[in-house]
Design a protein around this ligand. Structure first.
Ligand code: NDP
Length: 452
């Protein structure tokens, strides 16, 4: 192959695999994007001349550091911290911090790569980054979590800043962890700036940031349904996860008249045939956010089914699915079962919850399938608005932010329709639409800024 030729998907992926051995999640995410954009690059050779996809798939910077802390028994503990600064062509790096034992470079590079395209889709000036640690907050006391967060920030602070890189929450990092990290940043730098988003309302947080990802994923579902003349009303919805994103996805599904019947955590899932109500959801919020308990308690309390052994809810019949737990939680077998049970739309609240084979099955069946980089962009969208409010040192009204979130999701949907429609029928390839829609904006900015 000469440099003048756009590589085939196999050639491109082969190169990515050689450069990133032992990083399956990263390779999977780059492959998925390359699958959508290589034909587009062939039609628009400037993106090949400037090696845009190759550059986008090589992070600007990969930071890895030791995080030492002392547990409640006085033992010294050692974890590994990371920050991946993937691309800042359209704004400061922006993306969450994940605390989970599974965290490694591959997972964070995939998330930072996805984040770059996702942030572009929001229309706001934010580049892509991601960070985290293999620290497991489960079972740790508040004091231990605080000491860990302080130690983590003691290294991270030198790499971030309100105009450089603005982290947020993700799995295992909620309001509590953001608070401890913000406190330590302020203490070390003696600066009170919007260096993190997802902050508490008392100290620079934005209304509806907590709700934004889950609400946004369901708004996106609503927009897909509207596009084909349907509504969520009366439809049974399967939700996985029971953390931040899942809780607010269930809440918005309820508000739109759908009937959510499942939630899960890493131990298994609950199936509530009668439907999860707001009252039952409030129980889950208290269970997960305050008491940090297991989802099985829901089944005991409300007489619902509990399926253990880390089972996932995809065998339950339902028309709508909103996976909100983690990556690769829907495989090809799950997808076949869901299709057999009549699923019509999937909106990814989590990042890459659907394996590639399963995505292809959904696409072949021509059901509505929204990838996370489009469907869950509401969270980072409102984070972008939190940054604006912090810079101006004001807080906007909740109604205003509700409307802005709705508008952001609608405009992402429109962008996906623009780049993902083909032919005259109503079918939209949302994966292609989101990948090309995000790619174009970042790519044009990279070309304008030269080879840097
Ligand atoms: P939380 O930590 O609040 O909740 C995560 C949920 O997923 C918990 O119920 C957890 O169960 C479950 N879970 C995590 N890992 C696994 C696993 N390996 N197997 C089974 N279940 C698992 O995280 P969020 O709700 O914030 O994030 C969920 C997803 O949404 C992630 O993919 C994240 O990247 C994505 N996302 C989050 C955004 C946000 O604003 N928070 C923004 C955009 C995307 P358990 O408690 O047992 O671990």
């Amino acid at each position: 192959m000469s440099r003048e030729e756009v590589p085939s998907l196999e050639e491109f992926v082969d190169g990515v695999e050689k450069r990133n051995p032992g990083q399956p999640e990263f390779i999977q995410s780059v492959k998925e994007v390359a699958h959508s954009v290589l034909d587009f690059i062939k039609e628009n050779p400037k993106y090949h001349e400037h090696q845009i996809l190759e550059r986008m798939a090589e992070p600007d910077r990969v930071l890895s550091f030791r995080v030492c802390w002392i547990d409640d028994e006085g033992h010294v503990r050692v974890n590994r911290g990371y920050r991946i600064q993937n691309n800042n062509a359209i704004g400061p790096y922006k993306g969450g911090i994940r605390f989970h034992p599974s965290v490694n470079q591959s997972i964070l590079k995939f998330l930072a790569f996805e984040q770059t395209l996702k942030n572009a889709l929001t229309g706001l000036p934010m580049g892509g980054g991601k960070g985290g640690s293999n620290f497991n907050p489960k079972g740790k006391s508040n004091a231990e979590v605080m000491r860990f967060c302080q130690s983590f920030m003691t290294e991270l602070y030198r790499h971030i800043g309100e105009d450089t890189d603005v982290p947020a929450g993700d799995i295992g990092v909620g309001g509590r962890e953001i608070g401890y990290m913000f406190g330590q940043y302020k203490r070390i730098t003696n600066r009170y700036v919007g260096v993190l988003t997802g902050k508490g309302m008392e100290y620079g947080g934005s209304p509806i940031r907590t709700e934004a990802t889950g609400y946004g994923a369901v708004y996106f579902m609503q927009d897909m349904l509207t596009h084909v003349g349907k509504t969520p009303e009366g439809r049974i919805a399967l939700v996985s996860g029971s953390g931040n994103v899942a809780q607010h996805a269930v809440e918005k599904l309820l508000q739109l008249g759908a009937k959510p019947v499942t939630m899960s955590d890493s131990s298994g899932f609950i199936y509530d045939k009668a439907g999860i109500t707001q009252e039952k959801l409030d129980f889950v919020k208290d269970l997960k956010n305050n008491r940090r308990g297991r989802i099985e308690e829901y089944a005991t309390k409300f007489g619902a089914e509990f399926h253990g052994n880390s089972a996932r809810p995809w065998s339950v019949p339902g028309e709508l699915a909103v996976p909100c737990a983690t990556q690769n939680e829907i495989n090809a077998d799950d997808a076949r079962t869901m299709l057999g049970n009549g699923v019509i739309a999937v909106s990814e609240g989590a990042n890459m919850p659907t394996e590639l084979d399963a995505v292809h099955l959904f696409q072949e069946a021509r059901i509505m399938f929204a990838p996370g980089k489009a469907a869950n962009a509401g969270g980072v969208g409102v984070s972008g608005l939190e940054m604006s409010q912090n810079s101006a040192r004001i807080t906007w009204k909740e109604e205003e932010l509700q409307k802005l979130l709705r508008d952001i999701m609608q405009s992402i949907h429109d962008r996906c329709v623009k780049y993902g429609s083909s032919g005259s029928d109503k079918y939209v390839d949302y994966v292609k639409g989101a990948n090309i829609g995000g790619f174009v904006k970042v790519a044009d900015a990279m070309i304008a800024q030269g080879v840097v």
